[in-house]
Ligand binder design. Structure first.
Ligand SMILES: Nc1ncnc2c1ncn2[C@@H]1O[C@H](COP(=O)(O)OP(=O)(O)OP(=O)(O)O)[C@@H](O)[C@H]1O
Ligand SMILES: O=P(O)(O)OC[C@H]1O[C@H](OP(=O)(O)OP(=O)(O)O)[C@H](O)[C@@H]1O
Ligand SMILES: [Mg+2]
Length: 305
């Protein structure tokens, strides 16, 4: 341990979620960006071999605080965690990473629960997001509690639990809960449904306002951007008769312009263009309809676009 700590000075410190939903995808981003490291068993610090960077494995919840106030320069966490930490002003959100997408929702029992969020004012709400939920219900209290209730000191009670929040209504701890929803399976299984959404979130790359090595931050950011772009796009290749080229270009305009190369047969050209992965099937259908042949789709490992 001490040998690693002695090597930390002069290294950019980069915080990575040590477990949970963001862990695996954060590691695969580091791999795509070619940051090579070996993490010793149980050790939360790993030196990057090919850059003056040290990775620090921390709970996603704590990462905004470290980036805002500690010596950590860069970090991966969720937008929800940044909002909950209240550190928004002290850090820069550099990049949305496109994974860890979820919504923070107010949920109530399907049977016998409130039908609208305002029916929860003055009641008990269970959550792990104390600060966001406190602020949210403070506003609802101001709006929906009667003057008599306010004078009697009635307030919505926010109760903190650290996980398995969806169990709280069944176990009698709350009248409603606030927790993250992605597929909605956990919520549904617990017999809950949403009555409002507080925020939408995804994983982000965050940076201290005064990072120790700005040029290295920029380099890592563009590498990560490249990995994310590569996941969004595929390269399409096809042959088309010149007479249909104009229509073809409309279907695959590329990010700047498609690359067009002549074929031996002068009536035909080959077209190469970047297309968005989520539109690829529709694009192939349209190309086929205008007579494109030999349509090939290539995955991209990495790119700078
Ligand atoms: N179901 C989900 N779908 C997508 N993203 C999620 C989901 N749950 C959490 N996240 C995102 O991941 C972040 C970390 O949450 P997660 O629950 O994975 O961490 P953890 O609480 O440290 O781990 P664990 O729950 O395994 O103890 C959240 O702040 C949120 O941004
Ligand atoms: O909408 P879904 O796809 O079902 O995902 C939502 C669930 O995922 C997270 O829980 P996690 O697995 O991290 O467990 P935890 O409650 O113990 O933190 C979140 O707290 C929800 O419970
Ligand atoms: Mg969790």
């Amino acid at each position: 341990m001490t040998d690693i700590i002695n090597k930390l000075s002069d290294r950019l410190l980069f915080a990575i979620p040590k477990k949970g939903r963001l862990h695996e995808q954060s590691l695969s981003l580091l791999k795509g960006a070619d940051l090579n490291f070996h993490r010793r068993n149980r050790l939360d610090i790993a030196l990057v071999q090919n850059f003056p960077i040290a990775l620090v494995f921390l709970p996603a919840t704590d990462i905004p605080k470290y980036v805002a106030e500690g010596n950590i320069d860069l970090g991966i966490t969720g937008q929800d965690e940044v909002a909950e930490s209240g550190a928004n002003d002290k850090i820069d959100e550099i990049l949305e990473l496109g994974f860890g997408k979820c919504e923070l929702q107010v949920q109530v029992p399907v049977v016998g629960g409130a039908t609208k969020v305002e029916e929860l004012v003055g009641k008990r709400i269970v959550t792990s997001f104390r600060s966001l939920v406190g602020k949210y219900f403070d506003e609802l209290d101001k709006k929906y509690l009667t003057e008599e209730q306010k004078q009697a000191g009635v307030k919505t009670k926010i109760k903190y639990v650290s996980g398995s929040v969806e169990a709280a209504c069944t176990l009698g701890l709350g009248d409603g809960i606030v927790d993250l929803v992605e597929s909605g399976k956990t919520m549904k299984t617990a017999g809950l449904h949403p009555v409002s959404t507080i925020i939408s979130s995804q994983a982000i790359l965050i940076c201290n306002k005064n990072p120790s090595n700005l040029s290295l931050v920029s380099k890592i950011t563009s590498r990560i951007k490249g990995v994310i772009a590569a996941q969004k796009y595929v390269l399409v290749n096809y042959n088309i008769q010149r007479i249909h080229l104009e229509e073809a270009i409309k279907i695959t305009p590329g990010r700047r312009a498609p690359a067009i190369s002549p074929l031996e047969d002068n009536n035909w050209v080959e077209v190469q263009s970047l297309v968005s992965k989520c539109e690829v099937a529709e694009i192939m259908d349209k190309l086929e309809e205008i007579g494109a042949k030999d349509i090939l789709i290539h995955e991209i490992d990495n790119c700078r676009v």
